[in-house]
Design a protein around this ligand. Sequence first.
Ligand SMILES: C[S@@+](CC[C@H](N)C(=O)[O-])C[C@H]1O[C@@H](n2cnc3c(N)ncnc32)[C@H](O)[C@@H]1O
Length: 402
Amino acid sequence: MSLLRTIEEATGLVLTEADLARALRELFPHDAAARAAHAPAPGTPAFDALLDLLVVPESWMYRDPAVFEEALRFVRARLAARPDARLRILSLPCAGGEEPYSMAMSLMRAGVDPRRCRIDAFDLSHAAIARARSGRYTRNAFRGTDLAFRERHFTHADGQWTVNADVRAYVRFAQANLFDLDAASIDAAALAGRYDVVFCRNLLIYFDEDATRRAAAVLSALLADDGLLLSGYAEAPALCRNGFTSQGSRQVFALRKEGNAPAAAPAPAARPPARPAPPAPLPTAPAAAPVRARATPQDQLAQARRHADAGRMAEAETLCRGLLARQPDLADAWFLLGAIDEAAGRTRAAERCWRRCTYLDPQHYEALCSLALLHEQLGDAVRGASFRRRAAQAYERRGGPA
Ligand SMILES: C[S@@+](CC[C@H](N)C(=O)[O-])C[C@H]1O[C@@H](n2cnc3c(N)ncnc32)[C@H](O)[C@@H]1O
């Protein structure tokens, strides 16, 4: 089997010969003979090092804040309904730890004791897990405008921010391949059905349909039957074709196992929670406020995003369309409109919007990833691969991970 195929089978990652050649050049910079002669075998340090060069460990703190709010809402309702329960959250893939630490900060702000809610965080990349364990981040990991959480939960020195020990107390990291959870140090049988909440975001965008199907089966085994799966916006449709169902138009990224619709309002707590009512998590996706008459296009776009994050798709669409009527060259607004179309099942309209977005901004990473996934879902592997290549190039130009 070719090395490319071996990697694809082991990890689900759909790569090109050019990706592989670039990574091999980086791994064996002075030794063309080694590059030609050795195909690193799975399980060897060289194979792991090669994977580290092929993955896209792109993440940042509170990426899509509404997702963390939804997770926190779920956790609080569950803890209130089951006062003696200990909940488990999984972040897979966790990249450099930005996602699990964001959730940990939300739990902490809400007064949830780490003994009552633990986060396991796994990633394929050894380098990403080492970075996560170090807990040190550059400015690149903080991309939102509301950074009060950074002052509260990080210590700043020498241009880097290190996550504080009380946040770390919620999270345990391990290197693991999603497709290999029954091997190595992690026993899938012991984990099966045990996670109350699973974050699996921005992973399936690198997979084809077959790997997506396999991944959905693993995620289903890891998630409790009445648990919550949090996906990326562009990934929710693929999961809904493979055993999951969306919570409706309210939050397209919040999924349940098919046949396990969310319970109605959680039962009231049998006894009051041990701690007083907690403050809201940070940063929030605030409820939509009316757009001011002199709001800038960026304000309006942010407002449209907040509508979409809260599942108010009609409002988000109206705002987006109004904005684009006045300023048709706003690439980010075309991207958002495409996501709204895709959430409504209007695949072709989504494609047109994302193409418009990449026409205006050829390096728009999220639109390129969304187009890759969409073409693969439509059975056009060649076009899908071409968008994947462009997304990888855009990612490299953008300067890689935090
Ligand atoms: C773009 S990051 C997503 C991180 C985070 N979930 C987020 O949304 O910000 C993708 C990560 O997937 C990891 N990955 C790729 N294939 C994997 C696999 N088969 N099992 C576990 N992690 C994988 C990569 O190492 C990379 O860190």
